[in-house]
Design a protein around this ligand. Structure first.
Ligand code: ATP
Ligand code: MG
Length: 414
């Protein structure tokens, strides 16, 4: 996802590299971690490392700079726009701005830099603009508003066809005065959230559908490290269905950096349940079995929770009564980040993270095999538990499924 604010990329001409004091760089902004009190330093360091790792394939160094990160290459020809979208996928980052930087913070130099910058990167023809200044260094002798006003006046004087528009400008020129001065007009919007892995770990029940990848994304965004579990039932489910899940794992690895998928062959469990329980109760018993198996994997992987893509009321197995009837299968808390979302809201996120086109590929999930025309929508937990107890060989079939788990690993650059 690249949502550029300010100049459209097509209208931007690259800066010439010859200027004496100006240097190109990538200014990286982070959000919520700034609020995390005593841990702030730790979080910043981790996040800085996360960004550095994500840009590892490039000749680029990421350092902390006064409430921002700064990524710089030794190569004066380096194209920062190429790596901006990569940095923007690191959770905790809120925006990535290709900028010019100078260590000369004199107001005259700031004005000159801004004018030069706009001259070279202006849209064709007349344009409206505003200047927005932020001082990371409050000791700087001129207020932010005064800096903006001085720069604005100079731009109006020197660049013909410019008009100030404070409310809806075509170009917003940002000036940040920190240890250095940074000038930029474009932001690649990032996803925000908390540094990945800073909020514990969860096992995500990942199907090839629309919902569970979104659930995984949302939890990972809150800093929860994800390990995924996928159930398939060959030969009833196809290789194509499994391929959807591996492709979705790659999408999620694009955010998390590393992503582990456990593939469980569920055929025997599914056949056993199908032969031994009333059709209307099959879905709920399959869910319990999936959760039990996932919990064993979760415990091995040191997870503190299970994560599913359930959304209240979406299908028969997602009524309150159904959620209650599956709960007693496991001890770990089941987190359902989509519980209160409408389908359209979930689809919007699915599209934003570029999972949607994969999720809608038309291959069957094991959950849709043998399902009843009219599954129970208000199962009674105690009855479900009794039916389950009567299924001979269920524990053994589940243990065999766990023993046969295949692990696949994905990295953001796969
Ligand atoms: P999704 O779009 O995530 O597949 P769904 O709308 O199809 O969800 P269900 O089939 O009831 O709804 O599944 C609810 C949740 O159960 C899923 O979001 C997922 O977390 C889990 N789940 C379902 N099928 C599988 C599977 N084959 N492997 C792993 N988890 C699954
Ligand atoms: Mg599904």
């Amino acid at each position: 996802m690249i949502l550029a604010q300010g100049l459209p990329e097509s209208k931007i001409r690259r800066m010439p590299r010859t200027r004496r004091v100006m240097k190109e760089a990538l200014l990286i902004k982070y959000g919520e971690i700034a609020l995390r009190g005593n841990n702030r330093n730790l979080f910043e360091k981790q996040l800085c490392r996360d960004v550095q790792k994500r840009l590892a394939g490039y000749d680029i160094r990421v350092n902390r700079e006064n409430g921002r990160f700064l990524a710089e290459s030794r190569d004066p020809e380096f194209d920062y726009m190429k790596v901006a979208p990569l940095a923007a996928k690191v959770f905790g980052i809120i925006g990535v701005c290709p900028c010019v930087k100078s260590n000369n913070r004199d107001i005259e130099n700031i004005i000159e830099m801004c004018v030069e910058y706009l001259k070279r990167q202006r849209p064709a023809g007349p344009f409206t603009f505003k200047v927005l200044t932020k001082r990371g260094d409050k000791q700087y002798p001129i207020t932010s508003q005064e800096i903006s006003a001085k720069v604005g006046r100079a731009v109006l004087e020197v660049i013909p066809g410019t008009t100030v528009d404070l409310h809806n400008p075509q170009v917003t020129l940002f000036v940040e005065v920190r240890n250095h001065v940074f000038i930029y007009a474009q932001t690649v919007k990032a996803h925000g959230g908390l540094p990945y892995g800073s909020s514990g770990k969860g096992a995500l029940l990942l199907s090839g559908g629309i919902d569970s990848p979104v659930a995984g994304y949302l939890m990972a965004k809150r800093g929860v490290e994800i390990t995924a579990v996928y159930f398939h039932s060959p030969p009833y489910t196809s290789e194509r269905a499994r391929e959807k899940v591996t492709d979705l794992s790659k999408v999620l690895a694009g955010f998390t950096g590393y992503f582990k998928l456990h593939v469980v062959t569920f055929t025997q469990v599914q056949l056993l349940l199908n032969q031994n329980v009333p059709a209307a109760k099959l879905t709920i018993l399959l869910k319990r079995s999936m959760l039990r198996i996932s919990e064993q994997i979760a415990l091995k992987e040191n997870c503190q929770s299970l994560v599913t893509g359930d959304s209240i009321g979406q299908v028969a197995s997602q009524t309150m009564q159904s959620l209650l009837a599956v709960q007693s299968a496991v001890k770990l808390p089941i987190i359902r980040p989509l519980a209160g979302m409408d389908k359209q809201e979930i689809i919007d996120i699915s599209r934003k993270i570029e999972a949607y086109d994969i999720s809608v590929r038309p291959y069957d999930d094991c959950c849709t095999l043998f399902v009843a025309d009219h599954p129970e929508t208000k199962p009674k937990a105690s009855i479900i538990e009794n039916v389950e107890k009567g299924v001979e060989g269920l524990a053994e079939a589940e243990a065999a499924a766990i023993a046969g788990v295949e692990v696949q690993e994905f990295r953001f650059n796969d």
